[in-house]
Design a binder for this molecule. Structure first.
Ligand code: SAH
Ligand code: SF4
Length: 381
């Protein structure tokens, strides 16, 4: 079977070229064609010898994901649903802001952690994505957006957050090469500070990430103590809060930023009371005697029918934020983007087992339905 070149970081591609009897520097050329120019066809790669192109034609492919649907929100947010086979789909979301373009990327079809407030968690776990499937989300979105926004080949995506479907640190093997493609100067050239892995707290893998590929880290905390966190994030029973915060401090020794971002999903009456805020401030400032250097990101809960949970009222979010700010902790309240297209955090269900439901939803929203999408991202090459 032909090797999908999206599965390789530059080192992997060099090894693949070596197997074909080619010099390593050819890998750099090839890598640039794929990621910087969005090429999907070896025929376009005119500076590669014809003999190499022929070898590639018969041994390799550049295989993206097919797009089931694309929804564009009134605020410019774009959500894609990608087909990953066997009735599974994953989502990626582009969030434009004045000074950056962020792509939210999925790491798994479904998720095994099963957080109470997350629709991906409710869906259960289907499978890990491959490196190529993680990279394909960025490869497609970047080159689509360059054409869509007529940037004349200028880069659109400046930040990647691994905050789509799935727990990235439970798909570590595939994640790390994908991060390397994002960071590589011959790939997307993203700064380590602008690539964020978000985790529900897989402690041993936080340590490994610090050693193998330190990028910005976001930790989904959601509760100031074990009793409450056990209920919201079942993984807490395995890796309790104290162990998690110790891992955060170890990570900070390698991290490109000097703080961890703690995410905290605000659930009405569950974790949003002033006493929770005070306990949280105490925890992050005094854990192990020195606290954890951090910023707090409060996320208003995005409801979905099966959760039985309710979003905290705004005044309570503000009061909660004030307790933290008054304690000297940098605290932001996340703006919800793409609400109208179900692209907000935790609304990524990606379940196409029941295609009719998805198709009806798509039709109701009168959005563009692209199917099939040619893997042709090469117009500006
Ligand atoms: N599995 C990783 C990354 C994906 S979830 C993690 O849990 O960190 C990305 C973020 O969205 C996490 O902080 C998660 O807690 C949050 N989230 C999940 N469901 C949500 C919902 N319904 N409303 C708001 N935020 C949610
Ligand atoms: Fe998985 Fe993250 Fe959702 Fe929890 S919040 S179920 S870890 S995707």
């Amino acid at each position: 079977m032909a090797a999908n070149l999206l599965d390789h970081d530059l080192e992997g591609l060099a090894a693949f070229c070596a197997e074909l009897g080619e010099k390593k520097f050819r890998a750099t050329q090839l890598f640039r064609w794929i990621h910087q120019k969005g090429a999907s066809d070896f025929g376009q790669m005119t500076d590669l010898a014809k003999s190499l192109r022929e070898k590639l034609e018969s041994n390799a492919c550049i295989q993206g994901l097919s797009v089931i649907s694309q929804h564009e929100s009134a605020d410019g947010t774009i959500k894609w649903l990608f087909d990953v086979g066997a009735g599974n789909a994953v989502e990626a979301v582009f969030i434009p802001e004045d000074d950056r373009g962020t792509l939210c990327v999925s790491s798994q079809a479904g998720c095994a952690v099963g957080c109470r407030f997350c629709s991906t968690g409710h869906q259960g776990f289907s499978r890990n994505l491959t490196t190529g499937e993680i990279v394909a989300q960025l490869w497609f979105a970047e080159h689509f957006l360059r054409r869509h926004l007529h940037t004349g080949g200028e880069r659109v995506i400046s930040n990647v957050v691994m905050m789509g479907m799935g727990e990235p640190l439970q798909n570590y093997q595939a994640l790390v090469p994908a991060l390397r493609v994002m960071l590589d100067d011959h790939g997307y050239g993203l700064s380590r500070r602008r690539v964020t892995v978000s985790t529900s707290g897989v402690v041993p893998m936080i340590d490994r990430l610090g050693e193998d590929c330190p990028v910005a880290l976001a930790v989904s905390l959601h509760a100031p103590n074990d009793a409450l966190r056990d209920k919201l994030v079942p993984l807490n029973k395995k890796y309790p809060v104290a162990d998690l915060l110790d891992a955060c401090n170890r990570y900070l020794e390698h991290a490109p930023r000097d703080f961890i971002t703690f995410e905290y999903c605000m659930l009405d009456g569950v974790n949003d009371l002033p006493e929770h805020a005070r306990e949280l401030a105490h925890l992050v400032q005094h854990h192990a005697g020195r606290g954890v250097s951090c910023k707090l990101n409060l996320i208003p809960f995005n409801p979905f029918p099966a959760s039985g949970l309710v979003r905290s009222p705004q005044h309570r979010v503000q009061a909660f934020a004030k307790v933290l700010s008054d304690a000297g902790i940098v605290t932001t309240v996340r703006k919800t983007r793409g609400d109208d297209i179900d692209a907000a955090c935790g609304q990524l269900a990606g379940d196409v087992q029941d295609r009719t439901r998805v198709d009806r939803r798509i039709a109701q929203q009168r959005t563009i339905v692209l199917r099939p999408v040619p893997a042709d991202s090469t117009k500006e090459a």
